[in-house]
Design a protein around this ligand. Structure first.
Ligand code: MTE
Length: 324
């Protein structure tokens, strides 16, 4: 975000969706009942180039509707070197350069607040809680760029069901690690640490909301939010908190870091919405990372990042210009 605040967003022309992806999507649609078989036949996503470096974490192809984007995955090198993780600095290259100091074991996640079963989960028990799935999601940053990443994880709903929210639980707050010894970015007051995010309970329970432990068939690299993060594919990237240490169930809309930092610019909902401009730039188009170059055309941004069929009903009756 900082990046876009500093530079005026000068972007090239919008582009069309990859013709190959469109063709494959149409083919799937007409195959109807054969769709499941067709999905199994899809080429495996781009594999990580350093198979020995991080432990493998395979996932079975997800059957959650909308969970397998047909778009070409972003090259691993781009997805792991162009990041926002302000705890390690505000430049896109800072997380890859500095997150090596993050210790991801031992790691625990505290679940507290309006739940019948509060407690502390260690990362090993979270890894075993449910079957790992591969989900190919687009991630669209509010700054106007996007990526396509084969994540590995399971629906956050699996964990939520286990901890049994009470009738008072209406929202979920996600608190991420803030450790000055490991995170040089905390010396800067750019955000009010720890980085916190929030969702309405029904958003958190939506099957597309992913608790991710890996990407490209391996555990998450530190710069992408190891050892676990959220991925909410229909919202701007900043709703997808990295390196989560606490999940708190609450009755009132919780504070979120970006809303606290700039309330006019970043609302609580932060659904990808090309019709609501950021106060300082348009949100109508996006640049796909890995498709750079002088003649690379920008893509039109889709409502709810293209996940409208799956999540549109969550916002029925809401004024999305006011509740942005
Ligand atoms: N989580 C934490 N803890 N700190 C951050 O600075 N940045 C957010 C989000 N999660 C951020 C975070 C933003 S602005 C984006 S766009 C995504 O992470 C980027 O995820 P990626 O680097 O894996 O693409």
């Amino acid at each position: 975000m900082h990046d876009a605040m500093k530079r005026s967003p000068v972007h090239p022309v919008p582009s069309e969706i990859t013709p190959g992806a469109v063709v494959r999507q149409r083919r799937l649609l007409i195959q109807g009942a054969a769709a499941v078989a067709a999905l199994a036949a899809l080429p495996a996503p781009a594999q990580a180039p350093h198979p020995g470096k991080l432990s493998v974490l395979p996932g079975v192809k997800s059957t959650v509707p909308g969970a397998l984007s047909m778009d070409k995955p972003t090259p691993y090198a781009d997805a792991t070197s162009y990041n926002n993780f302000y705890e390690f600095g505000t430049d896109k290259s800072d997380p890859a350069a500095h997150a090596g100091t993050l210790k991801t074991r031992p790691w625990t996640v505290v679940v507290e607040g309006e739940v019948r079963k509060p407690g502390t989960w260690d990362i090993e028990s979270l890894l075993k809680l449910s079957a790992m799935e591969e989900r190919i999601y687009r991630l669209r940053c509010v700054e106007g760029w996007s990526m396509v990443i084969p994540w590995v994880g399971y629906s956050l709903a699996e964990l939520i069901r286990k901890v049994e929210p009470t009738g008072n639980a209406r929202f979920v707050q996600f608190v991420t690690l803030a450790d000055r010894a490991q995170m040089p970015g905390l010396r800067s007051p750019v955000l009010d640490w720890p980085y916190v995010e929030g969702l309405r309970l029904d958003e958190a329970m939506h099957p597309l909301t992913l608790l991710a432990f890996g990407m490209y068939g391996q555990v998450l690299p530190n710069q992408n939010g190891a050892p676990l993060r959220l991925v909410v594919p229909w919202k701007y990237g900043f709703k997808s908190g990295k390196s989560i240490v606490k999940i708190r169930f609450v009755d009132k809309q919780p504070r979120t870091s970006w809303e606290a930092a700039a309330p006019r610019e970043y609302g609580f909902y932060s659904n990808v919405n090309p019709q609501v401009d950021h106060p300082r730039w348009s949100q109508a188009t996006e640049r796909r990372i890995g498709e750079d170059g002088l003649f690379a055309r920008k893509r039109p941004t889709l409502m709810f990042n293209g996940y409208e069929p799956q999540v549109g009903q969550l916002y029925a009756g809401m004024d999305l210009k006011r509740q942005f």
